[in-house]
Design a binder for this molecule. Structure first.
Ligand SMILES: Nc1ncnc2c1ncn2[C@@H]1O[C@H](COP(=O)(O)OP(=O)(O)O)[C@@H](O)[C@H]1O
Ligand SMILES: [Mg+2]
Length: 356
């Protein structure tokens, strides 16, 4: 039996480089060597693409251990894809220039099957303003929010500040539209602090989302798997170690706790699972996504917060843990994701590309 050549693209030009390296290490470790030949394609923080001579077996958040620098050959992105004769690609990139669909455009042009959402779904899942519009179109529950462009904010700061106070109650959250890992996000207690938070968000994107804070928000997450008939996993909960699930809580102090399953009623769980599938469809998800929710502690009101089209994939990450708890172990999850990638690609090959 010939093995499938699976390119794993990891690292990347984003603040989430280290998380991606850790996710890729777990994937390399769990890919069944009898069925797959793993081909590591690493993107340095500088954006340089490299092909490794050996599969990095032990990776830490700090970088590849045992992977000597001279073993890495710099290549053009298109050459990395074309020259590797890959059967399928598993992109494990978080944040901009990765999870946003940019790398997938290259794979589409090269006609290589890949795991996860396509260009549109990835871009939509990266942009918090576009994502909310798509959720609203499906009548999914979202928190009241406003979207501000830097240009408009700079021209009429006073007017927009008034608009925020008139439409939303403080505290609010201010976020750059296109980012992840809580980078550039502030919790704003009162109007006097809004301008500072907007300034921070506009350092990372020209578009910001301002949204009502969910009181005492519980953080619930549900994993989705599939293409046209997506399935939802059991629901998990994160107990952040800090006031909110910020960058430090996610990656630095690691004190956050996961509850699987989340303590919820059967009815709440079913509702979240239904919302998760709807949210996946809303952004045109494919293959996999983790859908994150916020639940008001006193009223139990549920809001869809976001879809992550490339969720964390370390063995302690929520996405594989939720599937494991739902009866699908990590290696079987990888098998299924690769199968879904090939199915989706095969379906697209059936489409007509000419009129004659
Ligand atoms: N409207 C909100 N109400 C309460 N907490 C929020 C709200 N929005 C974000 N948070 C907190 O900030 C964290 C990061 O926000 P999120 O929108 O998930 O951005 P990211 O894409 O960076 O993960 C959330 O996990 C949550 O702890
Ligand atoms: Mg989040």
């Amino acid at each position: 039996m010939t093995r499938l050549r699976v390119g794993v693209i990891y690292g990347g030009r984003s603040g989430e480089h280290e998380v991606s390296v850790a996710s890729a290490a777990s994937i390399f470790r769990h890919l069944d060597a009898a069925r797959y030949e793993a081909v590591p394609i690493r993107i340095e923080k500088t954006g340089r693409w490299t092909l490794g001579a050996q599969v990095p077996r032990v990776l830490s958040a700090g970088g590849d251990q045992g992977q000597r620098a001279e073993a890495l050959q710099p290549v053009e992105p298109s050459a990395a894809v074309a020259a590797s004769s890959l059967d399928v690609v598993f992109p494990v990139l978080h944040g901009p220039y990765g999870e946003d669909g940019t790398v997938l455009g290259l794979l589409e042009l090269a006609n290589v099957p890949y795991v996860g959402a396509g260009v549109l779904g990835s871009a939509a899942g990266m942009d918090k303003a576009v994502m909310k519009t798509l959720f609203a179109a499906r009548a999914l529950p979202i928190v009241p929010h406003l979207v501000a462009l830097r240009h408009a904010w700079d021209r009429d700061t006073a007017g927009m500040t008034r608009q925020v106070s008139d439409t939303l109650h403080y505290p609010v959250f201010v976020k750059p539209a296109n980012l992840g890992s809580s980078v550039g996000i502030s919790k704003v207690p009162a109007e006097a602090d809004l301008a500072g938070a907007m300034g921070i968000a506009f350092e990372f994107d020209r578009k910001a989302v301002i949204e009502a804070a969910v009181p005492g928000a519980r953080e619930l997450e549900c994993a989705v798997l599939g293409n046209d008939e997506p399935r939802a996993s059991i629901v998990g909960e994160i107990i952040p170690s800090r006031e909110f699930y910020d960058y430090e809580a996610k990656y630095a102090d690691r004190g956050s706790e996961l509850l699987i399953p989340a303590p919820l009623t059967a009815r709440q769980t079913a509702e979240i699972q239904r919302f998760a599938i709807d949210a996946f469809r809303a952004v045109e998800g494919a293959g996999m996504a983790r859908v994150d929710f916020l639940m008001a502690r006193d009223s139990d009101e549920i809001f869809v917060n976001e879809v992550n089209t490339i969720p964390g994939f370390t063995t302690i990450s929520m996405y594989p843990k939720l599937w494991e708890a739902s009866g699908l172990a990590y290696p079987a999850l990888l098998d299924r994701l690769i199968e879904l990638a090939l199915e989706r690609h095969a379906e697209k090959q059936r489409l007509r590309t000419s009129l004659t």
